[in-house]
Design a protein around this ligand. Structure first.
Ligand code: 3PG
Ligand code: MG
Length: 401
């Protein structure tokens, strides 16, 4: 796949870079800058080569019109700091501000455009409805670099259509991410375990389906585990439950039994009366959740079990927290799994943490990136890759057009 070198001499060229700068914000404070840090090497390389670097990105899910709380302005300072040079912020995406900022660029300069999703054309469903915006974006630049791995599963103007309009290349971040994920899908070293958590089981059904054929063990945690417990016939009280997914979960449990895939579910659960940090908590057996309680983390016995089922692995992929880790009483399960991955990494296993939320979780819990094999900047993107789906943002870079 074409890399930056394929774009030829970059000096003086205007290069549009799609990055994923979708960082969590508390007001205007960045609570985890992992995606900004991951975006810096490509921007830096282009700037160093004398390109005029026009960075475009989204933040959150605004509905096709400007909304202050989704502005990318809070990102400018941190990006400048990490790049070690001033970044000029355009207050629109393809309008007067963007055009003036681009016209004023000198070689090596970096401009950040305002949130792409302030334009309805960015996320519109059809190629026709994205065309005008894609034309305008492409009109700002001479070449395009796709480096926002977290959005390559989106068929959107800045991810997909722009690549059909400009000479295009894959950035180093996307390349690294794809190389790591390829190691998980093509002949992974065994035992290969996948830890899945998070709230919504429906989001994970397709990946579970695909992993049944490749992984040796699936460890289930987070809100999604209760639908599995219900599928086993257990009472789950007020825990998260997805009635539409119970049959699918039942099917996976049966298939796992038949195919010799190990599905690991908790043996105990930390419950609370309410979804709150100061609710009354208790540890109960996984098949004895009281009717008036909700499960909010895997229990201590389960944490030991999960660590044990990860200890001898050679390959691990992890997406989604084990519990409501942002509240201290329900953080232990996620912490135990993170520690188990750290230990596996130290023992030589390839460990991959996928997803903005999971990455932010491990950092919030005090772990550092270098304790893991790879921390992916893409949640949905890495899951869709593991589902075996074609990612539009990758596919378009390899097509002739
Ligand atoms: C993410 O946060 O997963 C990526 O930035 C993609 O965002 P999206 O799910 O809103 O498309
Ligand atoms: Mg997301």
């Amino acid at each position: 796949m074409a890399d930056l070198a394929s774009l030829g001499d970059l000096r003086g060229k205007r290069v549009l870079v799609r990055s994923d700068l979708n960082v969590p914000l508390d007001g205007t404070t960045i609570t985890d800058d992992g995606r900004i840090r991951a975006s810096v090497p490509t921007i830096s390389e282009l700037s160093g080569a004398g390109a005029r670097v026009i960075v475009c990105a989204h933040l959150g899910r605004p509905k096709g019109a400007p909304e202050e709380k989704y502005s990318l302005r809070p990102v400018v300072g941190r990006l400048s700091e990490l790049l070690g040079r001033d970044v000029v912020f355009a207050t629109d995406t393809v309008g007067e501000s963007a055009q003036a900022a681009v016209a004023a660029m000198a070689d090596g300069d970096v401009v950040l455009l305002e949130n792409l999703r302030f334009n309805a054309g960015e996320t519109a469903k059809t190629d026709e409805d994205r065309a005008e915006f894609a034309d305008a974006l492409a009109g700002l630049a001479d070449a395009y670099v796709s480096d926002g791995f977290g959005v390559v599963h989106r068929k959107q103007a800045s991810v997909y259509d722009v690549a059909t309009r400009l000479p295009s290349a894959m950035g180093g971040l996307v390349r690294t991410e794809v190389e790591v994920l390829r190691r998980l899908t093509e002949d992974p070293e065994r035992p290969y375990a996948v830890v899945l958590g998070g709230a919504k089981v429906a989001d994970k059904l397709a990946v579970i389906d695909n992993l049944m054929g490749t992984a040796d063990r699936l460890l289930i945690g987070g809100g999604m585990l209760f639908t599995f417990l219900a599928a086993q016939g257990h009472e789950i009280g007020k825990s998260l439950f997805d009635a539409d997914s119970v049959d699918a979960c039942k099917g996976y449990l049966e298939r796992a039994e038949r195919d010799g895939v190990e599905i690991v579910l908790p043996v105990d659960v930390v419950v609370g009366k309410e979804f709150s940090a100061d609710t009354e908590t208790d540890v109960v057996a996984a098949d004895a959740i009281p009717a008036d309680a909700m499960g909010l983390d895997i229990g201590p016995e389960s944490a030991r079990l999960y660590a044990e089922r990860l200890a001898d692995t050679r390959t691990v992929f992890w997406n989604g927290p084990m519990g409501a880790f942002e509240m201290e009483p329900f953080a232990a399960g996620t912490k135990a799994v993170a520690q188990a991955l750290v230990d596996a990494t130290a023992g030589g296993a390839l460990t991959v943490v996928g997803g903005g939320d999971s990455a932010a979780a491990v950092r919030q819990l005090g772990f550092t990136d270098d304790q893991f094999g790879h921390i992916s900047t893409g949640g949905g993107a890495s899951l869709e890759y593991l589902e075996g789906k074609e990612l539009p943002g990758i596919a378009i870079l390899t097509k002739e057009h």
